[in-house]
Design a protein around this ligand. Structure first.
Ligand SMILES: Cc1cc2nc3c(=O)[nH]c(=O)nc-3n(C[C@H](O)[C@H](O)[C@H](O)COP(=O)(O)O)c2cc1C
Length: 359
């Protein structure tokens, strides 16, 4: 039987263990949303993860929704990221970049020309945005036209190319947590009547077109997709989540991508009572299935034993423990763990970022 330290072939990437680092926004990019010299240090410290999934990284200026998040649409950003991938590879690790467009979760202050954020439909997210000038109401987003949709798909393609030039091992399409592809997919945020709205197949079209553009650049064997079928973060809802996400996952399977990353919950979002367990998706996806959300060593081992998932992404535990996989390998369920400090999760300096000790 496999354990968490049995190597795994993930498309074209072979990983030495099933303890992965979840994507974690840390809001520590510099001027021009370019990675700074602190970022390679942080990621290289975590190179013992089976696979590092980067923090969400905007594919275009309009894709940004929070201060100090990195981008992958300029050559300076690409060059900044290439220092990260070099450091991770030198430390023996593997890393994919999470490609992000926040859609309606943005604010005009982030948008070129102060425009309204882009979305499938003009439905406002009523939580306040964290802008550089403090918390502000977002306003009604702009319903994307078909030419705007096509331009956005090209932004995914361009970002995928830059990620390749930056030396990543692959990319993950961020289809989770109420950001743009998820806004198209779920009927709570998509009221369109054209080819991108209405039926489940139509609502999945935007995500799958973005995915196909990314696959054109990388091949399916170096691409993953993250979905959050039970997530309500960012005021998300769907009237038939099992059908909606079942369709999406079958489409991912048909494309033979390297992995599907299906969260059971996120830190901001405890699983609802009727949360869909990852095991529901197992028969629908033929490749590597990764899950996430409140996992411990024991819970991951239990899921592995049941065959519900092949690998596990750890978020907060990886913030606080740069050598999490090695701690698990050495001590199993008894691994001593550092205490996370949430006040330094989003933004700041090296404090709470690169100063958590390894064993
Ligand atoms: C500080 C922080 C930043 C996060 N940033 C991202 C992100 O950039 N992309 C993403 O898909 N999820 C993000 N998440 C969600 C995590 O990837 C993960 O789903 C969540 O922390 C639950 O896993 P855990 O219980 O192992 O921490 C973030 C969570 C936290 C706490």
């Amino acid at each position: 039987m496999s354990d968490l330290f049995t190597p795994l072939k993930v498309g074209a990437i072979t990983v030495p263990n099933r303890v992965w680092m979840a994507p974690l926004t840390r809001c520590r990019a510099g001027e021009g949303n370019v990675p700074t010299p602190l970022n390679p240090t942080y990621y290289a410290q975590r190179a013992g993860a089976g696979l590092i999934i980067s923090e969400a990284t905007q594919i275009s200026p309009s894709g940004q929704g929070y201060p100090f998040t990195p981008g992958i649409h300029s050559s300076a950003q690409r060059d900044g990221w290439s220092l990260v991938t070099k450091a991770v590879h030198a430390a023996g690790g593997r890393m994919v970049l999470q490609l992000w467009h926040v859609g309606r979760v943005s604010h005009p202050d982030f948008q070129p020309g102060g425009a309204a954020p882009l979305a499938p439909s003009p439905i406002e997210l009523t939580t306040e945005a964290h802008t550089p000038q403090g918390k502000k109401r977002r306003g009604t987003p702009h319903e994307m036209t078909q030419p705007e949709i096509r331009a956005c798909i090209e932004d995914y393609r361009n970002a995928a190319r830059l990620a390749k030039q930056a030396g990543f091992d692959g990319v993950e399409l961020h289809g989770a947590n109420g950001y743009l592809p998820d806004q198209f997919l779920r009927d709570g945020t998509n009221r369109r009547t054209d080819a991108y709205g209405g039926s489940i197949a139509n609502r999945a079209r935007f995500m799958l077109e973005a995915l196909d553009a990314i696959i054109d650049v990388w091949g399916p064997e170096r691409v993953g997709v993250r979905l959050s079928p039970s997530g309500t973060f960012n005021q998300m809802e769907d009237s038939t989540p099992r059908e909606t996400f079942g369709h999406a996952v079958r489409e991912l399977s048909a494309r033979r991508i390297a992995y599907a990353h299906i969260t059971e919950s996120t830190q901001q979002d405890a699983p609802p009572k009727d949360a869909i367990p990852v095991s529901f998706f197992r028969p629908l996806f033929e490749g590597v299935l990764v899950t996430n959300g409140g996992f411990t060593y024991e819970k991951a081992m239990a899921y592995l034993k049941e065959g519900w998932a092949d690998a596990f992404a750890f978020g907060v535990p990886y913030i606080a423990n740069p050598d999490l996989a090695q701690r698990f390998q050495k001590f199993g369920a008894k691994a001593p763990l550092n205490t996370p400090r949430p006040d330094s999760f989003y933004g700041g300096t090296d404090v709470g970022y690169t100063d958590y000790p390894a064993l």
